[in-house]
Design a binder for this molecule. Sequence first.
Ligand SMILES: CC(C)(COP(=O)(O)OP(=O)(O)OC[C@H]1O[C@@H](n2cnc3c(N)ncnc32)[C@H](O)[C@@H]1OP(=O)(O)O)[C@@H](O)C(=O)NCCC(=O)NCCS
Length: 460
Amino acid sequence: MTDSEYLEKTLTDGASGGLKKSKKKQKRENAWRPEGPRDPFAMLDSLPEKEQQEIQKALHLFSLGNSLPKTLQQAKKHTYRFWDTQPVPKMGDHITTHGPIDEVDANIRNEPYLLPQGFSWDTLDLSNPSVLRELGHLLNENYTEEDDNTIRFDFSPEYLLWALQPPDWRLQWHLGVRVDTNKKLVGFIAAVPAEVRIYEMKKRLVQIKFLCVHKKLRLKRMTPVLIRELTRRVNQQGLYQAVYTAGIVLPTPISSCSQWHRPLNPRKLMEVNYPGLKQNMNLQRALKFNRLPEVTKINGLRPMNKEDASGIQSLLEKNLCKFHLSPHLSLQEVKHWFLPKENVNDTYVVEADDGTLTDMVSFYTISSRVLNHPVHTDLRAACLLCVVGNTTGVAELMQDTLVLAKSKGFDIFCALDVMDSIGFLDNLKFTISDKSVHYYLYNWKCPLISPDKVGLVLPN
Ligand SMILES: CC(C)(COP(=O)(O)OP(=O)(O)OC[C@H]1O[C@@H](n2cnc3c(N)ncnc32)[C@H](O)[C@@H]1OP(=O)(O)O)[C@@H](O)C(=O)NCCC(=O)NCCS
């Protein structure tokens, strides 16, 4: 049975066939069901939100959640029904060459992949505010940040437009799935164009973003259909490679990095029991340990403005080529990704006395909702996008960045151990979390890349 057929069967047969069913209809359908345990998802669903959360927490504790591999060891024992059919390196392959896995296919199918009856593709026009809101709703309710369901992402419309509409973005690559009867958006995946340097090769490809399936339609093989359809749409535009990241292990990471955290507001993080924060100390000690200077130290450090774009472009061009995986940005892309936007991203540059830009640092904002907490409702994380500390030194630049982020009300600073991060993570009191971020290339093979040779961060 293909993934599409399986999806069709489970969606039309089973308990989650539609998202809303009348009680009468449910009763009729249940009549033929054998006696026995009820569908656990349906049971969970019928409970009040707070109880659902408690159960999810317990499941998380006992690791009965999503069983996809989180480590390479687990991955070696896992059978990837879908990924084993895709042009990606097999787990355990030792790759020493560079190039595409599949040659260009001249016969790209014209018709979209079939969705099961009752569901349709919808290309999302994000310039329509109500569509943008719907996407935000799908992601904010279903793109759960933590398995135990205590904190959820809260992507704003501005953030989504920043992430999904860089220069040359394409409407056809914002791919949604809707339920025919009520038009509810239940699945999404996006691609955005990019040029990436992979070792010595500059490659035009896409970055994959925001893969999300509604919680009630999980484990029904909708993901492979979404990926196939998006791949077809990308291929139609003459692109055959993609770069993406995931927290789970799929065939086959080209690099595996760790997420590091630096508390800016330790009191709040302790109060919301921020997951994965490994600073085992009492509040007084945490406040003292994480204290930061009130003001920045670097002369010439200031927010980026439009006129800085070409200076930043050449700074990046010079500095990112030392990595084996890095973005190659046009002037328009530099403006798009780095020009500060309220609650979306911040960029600071260091300007020398002669007006040249010597260093830069940029981070983006991930806002979250804190669920069912008596005091706190939200959390703001600053996530490092890029840092170039040529003249100043990366540790000094990051120290000032922490001061700035704290003064802007961020609760935590997050960074991956990529680029030159290793030069400041320990010194600036970042702690490693148990979260890994694995980097993948679709239809491209190349030797593995160590985290310090990765110069690319992909915002969600
Ligand atoms: C990620 C998500 C879409 C997977 O949905 P699902 O219902 O668990 O999985 P499905 O039954 O639809 O599909 C299973 C297949 O998708 C693959 N898959 C699961 N998560 C994936 C991911 N993040 N990227 C690529 N493939 C993924 C599985 O490996 C499996 O393929 P296999 O048989 O080769 O192993 C869903 O869990 C979700 O929306 N999670 C919240 C958002 C999120 O974490 N998105 C991913 C960000 S990287």
